[in-house]
Design a protein around this ligand. Sequence first.
Ligand code: FPP
Length: 247
Amino acid sequence: MQSASTTNTPQHVAIIMDGNGRWAKARGLSRSAGHQKGVETLRQVVRTAGEAGVQYLTLFAFSSENWSRPQEEVGFLMGLLKKFIKRDLAELRSENVRVKIIGGRENLQSDILDLLIEAEENTKQNNGLNLVIAFNYGARDEIARATKRLAADIKSGALLPEDVCEAKISSYLDTSDIPDPDLIIRSSGEQRLSNFLLWQAAYAEFVFVDELWPDFTKDVFHRALSTYCQRDRRFGGVESAKLIATS
Ligand code: FPP
């Protein structure tokens, strides 16, 4: 994909795609129709991110809490994910997109798990945009799974308690090979994190846009990116990171 990266382009953008249901309701359509439209937006956002020079794009597609939705809606979302991978994988591969899935893999239907693995395997040679799909993902679940493995390594002697530090904990997370998000965007006017990337979001900038996810156009995305550019990131220090970089 074409890259028009500037120093101000966030390296990693993560998005909470919210508002499909409200978009559909406002039009007298089923929630499924909203999700269907949401996938079109998702495709456009992947293209726009690549063009803007974003290197990592993480999309919250299905949370570990979304299983509590009506069975029909869950089934529809599973079907959409399957269709998305089956239909779009070849294009993602040829567009040099590398796909990675984060989230719990235990207890997933075997056909879904196979598709997720296929998407990763089929694109692992690519070095363009990294598309990270958070599926069956919840940050607390991720931290609990990581802690379980870390504890097992301590028990077996593979890891010493004194070697546990922030970087070590990060290395046990699903995102071990992904930089922390610079920018987290949420659509639909809601202003919360909903158990998304809790550890990784420590220094992320947040941009909340009012548009519902199906209305999240290229322009809305560009507006969010330019809002990010105006932020002064200090990472707990006093001087602007930009000033330090240029002084
Ligand atoms: C939130 O809208 C959105 C989701 C729960 C899932 C996001 C899913 C998609 C964009 C389409 C599916 C794509 C794949 C690849 C699985 P909501 O239903 O919470 O909307 P509401 O808050 O208005 O009810």
